[in-house]
Write a protein that binds this ligand. Sequence first.
Ligand code: ATP
Length: 372
Amino acid sequence: MANIKLENIEKRFGDFVAVKDFNLEVQDKEFVVFLGPSGCGKTTTLRLIAGLEYPEEGDILIDGERVNDLTPADRDIAFVFQFYALYPHLSVYDNIAFPLKAVKVSKSEIDTQVKRVAEILQIANMLNRKPSMLSGGEMQRVALGRAMVRQPKVYLLDEPMANLDAKIRVDTRAEIKRLQHEIGATTIFVTHDQVEAMSLADRIAVIHQGVLQQIGTPYEVYNRPESLFVAGFMGMPTMNLLDAELTAQGGESALRLSHTDVYLPLSPQRQTTISTAAQKNGLVFGIRPEHITAVNQPSERSIAADVHLVEPLGAVNILDIRLGTHLETQEPVLLRVRTHPTFHVTVGDTIWLNFNETEIHLFDRETERVLS
Ligand code: ATP
């Protein structure tokens, strides 16, 4: 199988830099997901690995061999793109069989393989149809099937499930994960869907504006974001991010939310020393909605707040909480909190919030990098 290495890759389109100083190593058999918003450079990076684009700077290595100058065919890579291209004159069966016929696999082996993937992708009943007789989602599954019958060194999958409806998408996702594990092929999968990324990846590479922001396990990128971008991108609802300053209140350290008189007291264990440079740049305080506990009674270090909105989502409720008021604009300062549906509150109620201090993230407002 294969190890892929990108070293200082840069890709430009005219003056526009689509991929900037990109360094990444994907281990043999690893499942890496490229995740980021539209236009961040995911597809371009994938196309560079496939050999469909060439970098202006840097090297691409597969198993230690520099492949910058190799054609896609010489890289032994199977790819499935969102905009799949099927052979219109061939049946579904022959479209899937195509890569195996090209390398002269026996007829009976082809038959076994085609039927196996057709079964997995739930297209076994349409093997005789032509692509023009299929829906978009079905065509996409045929394109996936065509990649799955091969056993290449590397799979590159670019939003291969974009056209599938929700249920088939979840089933196919599970199948892709199981299959990748079974075949053990190094896989890079592009998506802008964080749930898909979290559920599939061994490691997620979060990309923003052509820059690799962070590479880590789903746990790491979710729980230990290294930049403001990653913190704000991962999670549904997203992390609460508010400008803050480190101050002293009653002899103890506290975080004061900027332009408010809201202070979040910090316990001695959590007292942070922050460099003067970072203090000067300003801080952004972050905490996920599930790391705040809402209760009906005040307690030590809890802070009082009003319920602004209740969103019942079934298994959980999301509360928009009004922590205070912006002293200049008089706008409410809001925070989202996740609660159990049995915690009954209505708009206007006063509740008390306890912040799980070990889950507080502090970022430098200027560099946007994590401080703690
Ligand atoms: P999406 O999720 O929308 O597919 P993406 O993250 O895959 O987005 P890319 O397709 O890699 O993004 O594009 C990155 C940037 O490079 C975009 O701003 C895009 O407009 C630009 N770009 C891509 N291909 C070209 C090209 N051939 N010529 C000029 N600009 C391009």
